[in-house]
Design a protein around this ligand. Structure first.
Ligand SMILES: [Cu+2]
Length: 210
């Protein structure tokens, strides 16, 4: 009798632990969506890239794919699939937001992003890979945002701190082509809205959800 009760307790306890572990490892998914695994999207923001003779240097987003930096004018992601988004921002200074609402994290799983500050992996300075802090954020300080990765039609907004690594998860639950845009005025011209800000592959482009 005593043994039976013990076995039941162990079984129930074991099942609970298994469920918890499953949630952490497998990521919690909405019951209404079907997924075929997790898709990793890795973006790099670099600054000081030669744009043209009159503008000079500008910042740009790249897609890190197969070990190379690829143009971000077209970014492909699967629909109804958990997207693991990692953005490494090497840019070291803030730009004013086009609207204060772009300081908020929107459209992600849980409504937050993880920010690892001072974590641009810099081969010249190994100490830079040690984060000075790690933050689970639903919004960032609007005065300390270098860029945003925003897909307005999918309500996705990922604000990025200078010299940081940011991780967030999201789903794109409709197929089609959507604008992506940075909403920190990091470009050229009197308002910082020209140059990179209006050029595909720099601070804007198309996200194709297939
Ligand atoms: Cu930008």
């Amino acid at each position: 009798m005593t043994y039976s009760i013990l076995i039941v307790i162990i079984l129930v306890g074991g099942a609970s632990v298994g469920l918890l572990a499953g949630n952490v490892i497998g990521h919690t998914q909405p019951a209404s969506t079907t997924t075929e695994g997790v898709y990793s999207l890795e973006l790099i923001v670099q600054h000081g890239i030669y744009f043209n003779a009159s503008v000079g240097n500008q910042p740009a987003f790249y897609v890190l794919q197969n070990g190379t930096l690829e143009n971000s004018s077209m970014i492909y992601i699967p629909s109804n699939t958990l997207i693991d988004l990692t953005v490494v921002c090497y840019d070291n200074g803030p730009s004013p937001l086009e609207n204060a609402r772009y300081a908020n994290v929107t459209g992600t799983v849980g409504g937050y992003e993880y920010v690892f500050n001072s974590t641009s992996p810099n081969g010249m300075n190994a100490s830079k890979v040690v984060p000075t802090y790690f933050q689970k954020a639903t919004a960032l300080n609007a005065s300390n945002i270098a860029h945003t990765f925003t897909i307005p039609q999918l309500n996705l907004n990922i604000p990025l701190e200078p010299i940081s690594t940011t991780f967030a998860q999201f789903y794109a639950n409709q197929t089609g082509s959507f604008l992506w845009q940075c909403f920190a005025e990091c470009g050229s011209g009197p308002l910082g809205q020209n140059g990179a800000m209006e050029t595909p592959g720099w601070m804007m482009g198309t996200v194709v959800v297939y």
